[in-house]
Design a protein around this ligand. Structure first.
Ligand SMILES: [Zn+2]
Ligand SMILES: [Zn+2]
Length: 335
């Protein structure tokens, strides 16, 4: 049996040279999603949700006629790709070893792709993206409203929504908190949208291997004098150890990959603080979705590709929530 993925030891403890960083430490739960067969009782990405059978499934009403990819077709395509990649590559260097039947099927799909499937208006059922039980994901407790222990995330698998101000770059997400014990009659067959804008908005069913770690902030959150000292320390380390020297940004502060809690990375843009639209409070990072967790010394061995198949926004798609009131709307941000 494959051992569960865990974070390799940090190359060094950054709080030894910089004890003042301890005041900025935050825990995060890395989720380490891996393809599997989660049930509605499990924490998962892309698995069935523990949804009450007497509660209406949420829909998006912002679209008229839309075109996209049928989930069934996208899943079959992913399945063929996985099978081909599991075989040795072709000896003539011409790529993945598809069988003739698979090649014909992929060709047929790509021909059909020129006439995308349609949804002819009407409410579009949201897509179940993930659910997290507090007993699996310890950092969820920092965010859960009183009495709630299950977070469910759904999204509309199309971009171009008005809500949140930030979400023109990705799907519109909805967060639902509930008490798992309240769901006595769970919904057996959950609805899904007939089409999704991109196959990368369709999560591969993954089980989670939650692991709690400690993170330190993105440098722009630290006092400039401290950052100057960290920079000088890195330069000295690099002089001694060369390119193998760990760096604060890539090795010693923030973990890549799917996680709950922790600190937010701003590697693509300047830091843009996220504020609550209802009360103006600075918002706190709840969920990070990431296309990969292979980064510097944080990556698992052997490296994984993108187990969930989900890629939204740029590299990361993050949900921020209001620390003052969990009922205030969350906001999405990308890096
Ligand atoms: Zn929508
Ligand atoms: Zn607020």
């Amino acid at each position: 049996m494959t051992p569960p993925p865990t974070t390799p030891y940090r190359p060094l403890d950054i709080t030894v040279p910089f004890p003042e960083l301890r005041g900025y430490a935050r825990t995060a739960t890395r989720l380490h999603p891996r393809p599997g067969a989660p049930t509605a009782a499990d924490s998962s990405v892309g698995g069935p949700l523990l949804w009450p059978e007497d509660e209406a499934w949420p829909v998006c009403r912002e679209h008229g006629r839309v075109r996209g990819v049928r989930p069934l077709r996208a899943r079959r395509h992913a399945e063929i790709l996985r099978a081909a990649r599991a075989r040795p590559r072709r000896a003539d260097g011409a790529g993945w070893a598809y069988t003739d039947a698979e090649r014909a099927e992929v060709q047929e799909m790509s021909d059909a792709g020129h006439q995308p499937d349609r949804h002819d208006g009407g409410p579009l059922p949201l897509l179940a993206l993930a659910q997290f039980h507090a007993h699996d994901v310890p950092d969820l407790a920092d965010f859960a409203p009183p009495g709630k222990d299950l977070l469910q995330v759904l999204w509309c698998p199309f971009g171009g929504h008005e809500d949140g101000g930030f979400s023109d770059f990705g799907p519109s997400t909805r967060l639902f908190w509930r008490r798992a014990a309240d769901v006595t009659g769970p919904l057996a067959e959950q609805p899904e949208p007939p089409v999704v804008e991109h196959a990368r908005y369709l999560p591969e069913p993954c089980v989670l291997h939650p692991e709690r770690i400690v993170e330190y902030p993105w440098a722009d959150y630290l006092p400039p004098v401290l950052v100057e000292r960290i920079d000088a320390w890195e330069d000295a380390l690099q002089e001694r150890a060369g390119r193998a020297a760990p760096t604060y940004q890539y090795d010693l502060s923030l973990a890549p990959g799917w996680k709950i809690g922790g600190w937010d990375s701003w590697h693509r843009t300047d830091l843009v603080p996220v504020h609550c639209e209802a009360c103006g409070a600075g918002m706190r990072l709840l969920l990070t979705m990431d296309s990969t967790e292979n980064q510097a010394s944080w990556g698992p061995f052997p490296p994984v590709g993108s187990p969930t198949g989900v890629a939204a926004g740029r590299d990361e798609y993050r949900a921020f929530v209001c620390p003052a009131d969990p009922a205030h709307p969350h906001r999405m941000s990308t890096q």
